[in-house]
Design a protein around this ligand. Structure first.
Ligand SMILES: [Zn+2]
Ligand SMILES: [Zn+2]
Length: 277
């Protein structure tokens, strides 16, 4: 790989949990800081993959489309139509931005392709019946995944606590591998061995700091303390924690190991080969 070549990257457009930060009803210190446009202000989940193309320009994929997706895309310096949108599961905080994207599918003339796991497509049709009246705007993702430039994106199933199941995203390029898991808890060992080994980058949802804020039994997403104990997370070369509630103050990232960080809205992280030999 040419070391001077531009890298693919992930931009965390929305790093909040399902309710966003600030909570509109809450006056805690994190929500107060968020209200002043601080670093804890978080929209709901949306992540943008950018991949430089050999012929010039870039390929892009939007990973989930939360309710704040329109505002996040509008903040980008130039117009951007993702080539691909992947939806992990049919919760509001991951899909409500689809309304704006559906309106654009027709204008984009085939450039915008939206995929979801086969079992999630009917749930999307139920939620957006008007958009599914003609040709369905969402396709079931093929098992082999979809490609954007040199990156292959695949979805795999993960437990989501009392909510049943969600999906996570595996990204493979010739020189690096990454995974984005926003909504999961109690990931089984065989899933971790198959999908989460030797990652150069792991983006992991950790809504709360520790048990004190929300006990494990009532949660559907990891907390930070649990994430620090996960062997597959510790094995990743770099870890970005996202899907954060007001229970996490990202200014406290000195509490994390050196290769770990909290995401904030707008954070862009290069996807590059690690120094693994
Ligand atoms: Zn979520
Ligand atoms: Zn709060």
């Amino acid at each position: 790989m040419n070391p001077g070549a531009p890298h693919a990257s992930l931009t965390f457009l929305g790093t909040g949990d399902s309710k966003g930060v600030p909570r509109f009803w809450c006056d805690c210190p994190v929500c107060q800081e968020a209200r002043t446009n601080g670093v804890n202000r978080r929209g709901r989940t949306a992540t943008l993959l950018r991949v430089p193309l050999p012929a010039g320009g870039e390929g892009t994929a939007l990973l989930d489309a939360g309710p704040d997706t329109h505002a996040a895309l509008a903040r980008l310096p130039g117009p951007l139509v993702p080539d691909v949108v992947l939806i992990t599961h049919a919760h509001n905080d991951h899909i409500l931005g689809l309304g704006d994207l559906f309106d654009y599918v027709r204008y984009a003339g085939g450039k915008l392709r939206i995929y979801a796991p086969p079992e999630v497509v009917p749930a999307l049709a139920d939620r957006f019946p008007y958009a599914f009246r003609g040709a369905p705007p969402v396709q079931p993702i093929p098992e082999a995944g979809v490609t954007v430039g040199e990156v292959t994106l695949r979805l795999f199933r993960v437990p989501h606590g009392a909510n049943g199941e969600s999906h996570a995203i595996r990204l493979d390029a010739p020189h690096w591998r990454a995974a984005v898991i926003t909504d999961a808890i109690d990931v089984p060992t065989d899933t971790a061995q198959t999908w989460l080994a030797e990652l150069d980058l792991l983006a992991l949802g950790t809504s709360f700091e520790d048990e004190g804020a929300a006990p494990h039994s009532g949660r559907s997403v990891y907390d930070v303390r649990e994430a620090l104990d996960l062997p597959w997370a510790r094995a990743a070369r770099r870890v970005i924690l996202t899907h954060l509630s007001h229970g996490v103050d990202v200014r406290r990232d000195h509490l994390l190991p050196p290769d770990w960080a909290f995401a904030h809205d707008g954070l862009q992280v290069p996807l590059a080969p690690s120094a693994r030999t």
